[in-house]
Design a protein around this ligand. Structure first.
Ligand code: BEZ
Length: 224
């Protein structure tokens, strides 16, 4: 019986808990084995299910782009290593896509439970969870999708790219970035936290260093 209600689940900004897992590519210790890289850890409801199959193909197809951003992929479900291998073999034989990232075997749901990936609608299966973990082992984003809706891989990639861009330029990224309807691909300067900062924003805008609609609504070019 999987008990889903005891530990506090990790949140954005927490250090990812240290866990050793069995995967289709051997034992791994999270987050240490991925230090220096970003990691997308994602759960799926089960092997040999159609929507999950489409997601695995989509993750694999985008894997080269994730790798360009120093990012690794790692799947997880409440299945054993052998069904994971049988299923990925099937995907390769029938859909001609070799799945080259590892998948965690979590048959007792221990890891999934720790990460809040088992929700009340489906006690014995994981929902479609996504953790984005940065190169220092900090959780930067968490998504949950229901079993009946496959994930948008481009949104997961966009979020990763936006987080890396936010870190690099000390900005926040607007709705639909990099195609925002008001400021396009520019970065937003987080609102000032005191009067001194507010006055600095006004001076920077007057000097043409940044653009502002108002002192709390400023943005700048981030060269992309
Ligand atoms: C699927 O991946 O096709 C699926 C898994 C669980 C429930 C519904 C659909």
């Amino acid at each position: 019986m999987i008990d889903n209600h005891i530990e506090k689940k990790p949140s954005i900004g927490d250090a990812f808990p240290k866990i050793t897992v069995e995967t289709t590519y051997g034992k791994k210790t999270l987050p240490d084995d991925y230090r220096g890289k970003w990691l997308i850890l994602f759960s799926h409801p089960g092997d040999f299910t159609p929507v999950c199959t489409t997601e695995f193909v989509a993750f694999e197809q985008l894997y080269p782009k994730f790798r360009e951003r120093q990012t690794e992929l790692l799947g997880l479900s409440i299945d054993q290593v052998q069904p994971h291998m049988k299923w990925t073999e099937w995907i390769e034989q029938h859909l001609h896509i070799p799945i080259t990232f590892p998948i965690i075997a979590d048959p007792l749901g221990t890891v999934a439970n720790k990460l809040g990936m088992i929700h009340s609608a489906q006690h014995t299966k994981t929902v479609r969870g996504v953790y984005i973990i940065d190169d220092k082992g900090i959780i930067r984003a968490i998504f949950f999708y229901p079993a009946e809706v496959g994930r948008n891989l481009h949104e997961i990639y966009r979020t990763l790219y936006a987080l890396q861009t936010a870190d690099q330029y000390h900005v926040a990224l607007p709705a639909d970035w990099p195609h925002n309807s008001i400021i396009g691909n520019k970065g937003m300067i987080p609102p000032p936290s005191d009067v001194q900062e507010k006055n600095k924003r006004i001076q920077q805008a007057e000097a043409g260093e940044i653009n502002c609609f108002d002192w709390w609504f400023c943005y700048k070019d981030i060269g992309n």
